[in-house]
Design a protein around this ligand. Structure first.
Ligand code: PLP
Length: 468
């Protein structure tokens, strides 16, 4: 499989090269040059197999031709052995036709672990084969950072710099990042928002000199490999509920659009999915796009669901690429307009096609708290705020008499204990392996939202590490 950029001007790469590159050189995102297809019989045959085996089968066509292809099944087995549920991604029924897909059984309690545990191992494999080292730079609204750090800590060929918006991640999220005692991990608290962090990362990638000096790469959800690994649990869930005969609907709490895009990829590969409910908090650019047809930036507002405090959903570009008939030049121009003016329309026909499959729905903090309380009172389940938003949006927009609704549970409630306690009076407990989180020592550097200062810091640290 070869990979092409959504903006049409970057070199075509193999899977392994796209893995190391992260963002494409033309500012676009890598996507497979064609979507592999699974037949009904092949989907049927996925029933009852282990999650490792499912991962190998779903991902195999995306890997062909890379050095990682042979190692992949073992890497998947090893990665998912660190998850603390035998089903890895279990479904839990919470009402008639209503299911939660629990994606918080990994080491750092969010769905980001599913992709990053495997992607960390894929990096290792490619770097060892090529005798290379890289610097990973990532921006996080909270959960990517801890999942990336847990996946990359102590990997010999990787230095990882993780930027988070100072004071805008939960204490559990921050501590999960800053208490990892590994010398190759560098936490930076940026005086700004998540979008500022994401802009800084993009600017570093666009700084050719800096990029060459540091062998930069990204593990943000712009990295194709992450999306690919997330496709697997959409297959797992739908097959468990009767795919390919029974179509399902997914409700997905959305920030960067990576998770819901993976669901769309599963559908594109042949999985019968009726539609996707794209759920947002007050940072509702996608919901507004759904209702108005215009993508329009607004300032980021902090909410109880910080992992969705995002205005620019990077992965949306991968869907747009399809809506633009894979014409990268056209899309590049539209994205340029968006950058310059903070607003863009993609045309009525593309909007109509978006509508056929996606619905947008947003909740504010008060509604989020009310949903957490109501679900607790009616089912006894404690939901994290992101999951609550997804579930409520799904219920608001989908009639379960038309087929099952699967709400994607993206984080464990104990990651956001304040919101859960506010709603229910109950403070969810961390799993025992994280019980001493509040006693561990934190390591982080606070820096202003200035590209030069952050690049200097990174170069300085890399020199220190090379000398050590
Ligand atoms: C990252 C994250 C999201 C948003 O996922 P995207 O792939 O960025 O759309 C939602 N909920 C939680 C808990 C997250 O960590």
């Amino acid at each position: 499989m070869k990979y092409v950029s959504t903006r049409g001007r970057a070199p075509v790469l193999s899977f392994d090269d796209a893995l190391l590159a992260g963002l494409a050189a033309d500012g676009g995102l890598y996507v497979p040059e064609a979507w592999p297809q699974l037949s009904k019989a092949e989907i049927q045959a996925l029933r009852g197999i282990s999650y490792d085996e499912l991962t190998a089968r779903v991902c195999r066509p995306f890997l062909s031709g890379g050095a990682t292809e042979a190692a992949f099944p073992d890497l998947a087995r090893d990665a998912f052995s660190r998850f603390d549920h035998p089903a890895v991604a279990p479904l839990r029924q919470i009402g008639p036709g209503l299911w939660l897909l629990e994606l918080f059984h990994g080491p750092t309690l969010s769905f980001k672990d599913y992709a990053l545990q495997l992607v960390g191992r894929l990096f290792d494999t490619v770097l060892a084969e090529r005798d290379r080292r890289v610097t990973v730079i990532g921006a996080t609204s909270g959960d990517t950072g801890s999942a990336a750090i847990e996946a990359l800590k102590d990997r010999e060929r990787i230095e990882a710099f993780i930027l988070h918006p100072k004071g805008r991640v939960s204490e559990v999220q921050r501590r999960q990042m800053t208490t990892v005692a590994a010398n190759n991990i560098h936490n930076v608290a940026v005086e700004g928002t998540f979008d500022d962090c994401q802009d800084l990362v993009k600017a570093m990638f666009n700084d050719a000199q800096f990029r060459a000096r540091t062998d930069l790469t990204a593990v943000n959800s712009i990295n194709w490999a992450r999306v690919m690994v997330q496709v697997v649990y959409y297959f797992a869930a739908a097959v468990a509920l009767g795919a390919p005969q029974q179509p399902v609907t997914f409700a997905v709490p959305t920030g960067n659009f990576g998770n819901v895009l993976a669901g769309w990829v599963a559908r594109r590969m042949g999985l019968p999915v009726t539609g996707f409910v794209v759920a947002s908090n007050r940072n509702d650019i996608l919901t507004r796009f759904y209702s108005e047809g215009e993508m329009r930036l607004q300032p980021v507002q902090p909410t109880l669901s910080p992992s969705m405090d995002i205005q620019i959903s990077s992965n949306f570009e991968r869907l747009l690429f399809e809506l633009y008939g894979r014409r990268g030049e056209l899309l590049a121009r539209a994205m340029d307009r968006f950058r310059k003016r903070g607003r863009v329309r993609f045309g009525a026909e593309r909007w109509r096609r978006f509508h056929k499959l996606f619905t947008g729905h947003a909740l504010d903090d008060a509604e989020t708290v009310a949903v957490i309380r109501q679900i607790y009172e009616t089912t006894g389940e404690l939901l994290d705020p992101h999951t609550a938003i997804g579930l409520a949006a799904g219920i608001a927009r989908h009639d379960v008499r038309k087929g099952p609704l699967i709400a994607v549970a993206t984080a464990h409630p104990a990651k956001f204990p304040d919101a859960v306690e506010k709603a229910t009076g109950i403070r969810p407990r961390l799993p025992s392996r994280l019980a001493d989180l509040y006693a561990r020592e934190e390591r982080l550097t606070t820096l202003p939202n200035e590209l030069g200062r952050i690049e200097d810091f990174i170069v300085h640290r890399l020199n220190e590490r090379a000398a050590a």
